[in-house]
Design a protein around this ligand. Structure first.
Ligand SMILES: [Zn+2]
Length: 93
């Protein structure tokens, strides 16, 4: 989804969320129902860190394009445990 901005002559800017590439040239204003022309703005591509952007992208993808599993996940091998004798003396939970 992308947020597109439109400007109503009487009520100012309004934002409409649409899938990328599907923005109309004009949108009806929610206050007066007159058609507001689109305002072209710079894309807001950098929200926070790369990890935050990746999280937002993954979250958005799960809504629009959920991942499909086509096979049963393989069995995990148990993690390798260090065999240091000093670690064996540590208390266990
Ligand atoms: Zn308006």
């Amino acid at each position: 989804m992308a947020v597109y901005q439109y400007r109503c002559v009487d009520h100012g800017l309004l934002e409409v969320a649409r899938p990328i590439g599907t923005a109309a040239d004009r949108e009806p204003c929610p206050d007066c129902a007159s058609f507001a022309p689109r305002v072209f703005t710079t894309p807001q591509l950098s929200f926070g860190s790369a990890a935050n952007r990746a999280l937002l992208d993954r979250t958005e993808c799960t809504a629009d394009e959920p991942a499909v599993v086509s096979a049963v996940p393989s069995r995990r091998t148990p993690p390798q445990v260090a065999t240091n004798p000093a670690l064996a003396r540590l208390p266990r939970p």
